[in-house]
Design a protein around this ligand. Structure first.
Ligand SMILES: CCCCCCCCCC(=O)SCCNC(=O)CCNC(=O)[C@H](O)C(C)(C)COP(=O)(O)OP(=O)(O)OC[C@H]1O[C@@H](n2cnc3c(N)ncnc32)[C@H](O)[C@@H]1OP(=O)(O)O
Length: 179
């Protein structure tokens, strides 16, 4: 295992490991400077190389945060020739998830807001960037952009990720809130 390899969760002696536990990445801090970051896991919808339905994002750390180069394709179509807004949100949510390598914590999306400033076109190169705007205890306030190859920003996003411990992923008692 290298510094860049996500480690999987551990379990207490005497307790039974479970499938979920074995697939939970932890986030060793990757040193600043340009560096390839590992996928969250092989089947992650955003970045998993073994997910044929996914975006297979390849993300690098840089001096400001993280970035990726990406093309949406016909699997992600919404209006003809334009990427579906949900597909764009998926990619940005996942990109935010790579910032966890810069803080070395497990965290999940609590709030995600996107401004679709201009259509994101299929089969067109874009550069995606994300950075940590502020940290307030468990709260990570994150920002991202998508730029076309003329450096025009076509999408902006903000997110609130909340740091959780590994038990968040292991509990079987998650229940939706009922009104
Ligand atoms: C292993 C990681 C792999 C990464 C893969 C990356 C993939 C991309 C990321 C994802 O897709 S994650 C999956 C989607 N997200 C989830 O499934 C999370 C579902 N939500 C939850 O499980 C809980 O809501 C959560 C654990 C996030 C928070 O529950 P808590 O009960 O711990 O938080 P709480 O409601 O007490 O709020 C904590 C703080 O945040 C504040 N807060 C909550 N929502 C806010 C909001 N919208 N704006 C501002 N502040 C907000 C809240 O007021 C409070 O402030 P204080 O601590 O100061 O009192």
């Amino acid at each position: 295992m290298t510094e860049d390899t996500p480690r999987t969760g551990t379990h207490e002696p005497g307790s039974e490991p479970c499938e979920a536990e074995d697939s939970i990445p932890t986030f060793p801090v990757v040193a600043s400077g340009s560096a390839d970051l590992p996928p969250h896991h092989d089947h992650c919808l955003g970045c998993g190389p073994a997910n044929p339905h996914g975006h297979q994002l390849r993300v690098r750390r840089d001096a400001h945060g993280v970035h990726a180069h990406h093309r949406f394709d016909s699997r992600h179509v919404g209006a003809p020739t334009i990427a579906h807004g949900g597909a764009v949100a998926t990619v940005l949510d996942d990109l935010f998830g790579f910032l966890l390598y810069t803080v070395g914590e497990l965290a999940v999306t609590r709030h995600l807001a996107i401004d679709y400033l201009a259509p994101v076109l299929l089969d067109t190169p874009y550069t995606l960037r994300a950075h940590i705007h502020a940290r307030d205890g468990r709260k990570l306030h994150l920002r991202a952009t998508i730029e076309n190859d003329h450096a025009h920003v076509v999408t902006t996003a903000t997110a609130l990720f909340l740091i959780v411990d590994i038990d968040h992923f292991l509990t079987t008692t998650h229940q939706p809130h009922h009104r």
